[in-house]
Ligand binder design. Structure first.
Ligand code: SAM
Ligand code: SF4
Length: 349
């Protein structure tokens, strides 16, 4: 994996600006579409993964990430599928950490289901990772098993303890589901507060078609967070915190616990004006907006020129110029319909 000088000398690169004047400074990368779990809202139990030959190699991922860093991206988030299941992931993280050391990257982080975190936390901290997002929809082991189909809550709890011991800051991602975990938000807020974790509630999004097995339906289980927030505000004092940082979350501070609480409401809110991010799928498609189907295939560019990065840099700039103004979730407010026709694990949540 490359450890040489940056592709573009510092200061030479103009920032990556899209056609609407938004500076792109954040890249999310799905390093694998594979996962050891099958969360009801994410993928069907009988999901078919993409052939391995279509998945980018670690070297190719490193090359795209480094090209983005050279063009001004300041945050890299690895995700999946389950990123910690990708063989060699720590080698990739180590290679990318050179951009932290050079000061060209502010943050290298990941989103994980936590199942492998007990083993990986210390190594992640050694790679310069300072915080992780861990998905956790419930504190009830039985319910946890039902939502993830194959997951075990105790593995996540061990992972969280290891991450904390390694000094990593932790934010929990919780997908809010009607009739599934809506009675647990108070408990989760208190639990996170006691441990110093932040918590983000997420509205379920219509990404990719999943079957209706297990009686789960995104439309039926969709829970508008505006309603949840109103309910939480009766029990907790929710205080506004600083301006948005380009991400989709509305964040408040819970006065009673001191913890931060985020609400991600893509279906009922439009956060697009300040969007600063793009996503790279596990197969090398640059997805310009999570809520739109358009993507630019980078794999042919990567495999067509392995020793010259100029075509890649040009492809990235051209792609960013095509970033859509806004997502299309509103066109399908009924979450039974899939907007982008692709699953979250391939795109990278
Ligand atoms: N496997 C890792 C995990 O679960 O954290 C990383 C990948 S997962 C696709 C990233 C995030 O996307 C998770 O927090 C998950 O809950 C969320 N997610 C998956 N499918 C979703 C959907 N249809 N709507 C909203 N969030 C979803
Ligand atoms: Fe796997 Fe994460 Fe999707 Fe759950 S949400 S199935 S853990 S990729």
């Amino acid at each position: 994996m490359a450890n040489g000088p940056p592709l573009v000398p510092a200061g030479d690169a103009l920032p990556l600006v899209d056609g609407f004047g938004r500076i792109i400074s954040y890249l999310r990368v799905s390093v694998t579409d594979r996962c050891n779990w099958r969360c009801l809202y994410c993928m069907s139990e009988a999901v078919t993964f993409v052939p391995r030959s279509e998945v980018l190699s670690l070297e190719e991922i490193e090359r795209v990430c480094s090209a983005f860093v050279a063009l001004g991206v300041r945050t890299l988030r690895l995700t999946g599928g389950e990123p910690l299941l990708r063989r060699g992931i720590l080698t990739l993280m180590r290679a990318l950490s050179r951009h932290l050391e050079s000061g060209r990257l502010d943050e290298l982080t990941l989103t994980t289901n936590g199942s492998q975190l007990a083993d990986a936390a210390a190594a992640l901290a050694a790679c310069g990772v300072r915080r992780v997002n861990v998905s956790l929809d419930t504190l009830d082991p039985e319910r946890f098993r039902r939502i993830t189909r194959w997951g075990r809550l105790d593995r996540v709890l061990d992972g969280l303890a290891a991450a904390q011991a390694a000094g990593l800051a932790i934010k929990l991602n919780c997908v809010a589901l009607k009739d599934v975990n809506e009675d647990e938000f108070d408990r989760l807020i208190a639990w996170c507060g006691e441990r110093g974790f932040d918590l983000t509630l997420i509205e379920v999004m219509p990404l990719g078609d999943i079957d209706g097995a297990d009686g789960f339906s995104r439309a039926r289980q969709f829970l508008p967070l505006a309603q949840v927030r109103e309910r939480l505000a009766r029990r907790w004092t929710l205080e506004p915190v600083g301006p948005r940082t380009g991400g989709p979350a509305h964040t408040v501070r819970v006065r009673e616990t001191g913890g931060r609480l985020g609400f991600i409401t893509p279906l009922s809110d439009n956060f697009c004006q300040s969007c600063n991010r793009v996503r790279l799928t596990a197969t090398g498609a640059l997805t310009l907006c999570l809520g739109r189907a358009e993507a630019v295939e980078l794999r042919p560019v990567l495999r067509g020129c392995s020793d010259d990065d100029r075509p890649l840099l040009t492809a990235l700039r051209n792609a960013i110029a095509r970033k859509p103004e806004a997502h299309a979730f509103g066109a399908a407010l009924c979450p039974a319909r899939s907007v982008a026709g692709r699953l979250m694990n391939l795109t990278g949540g």
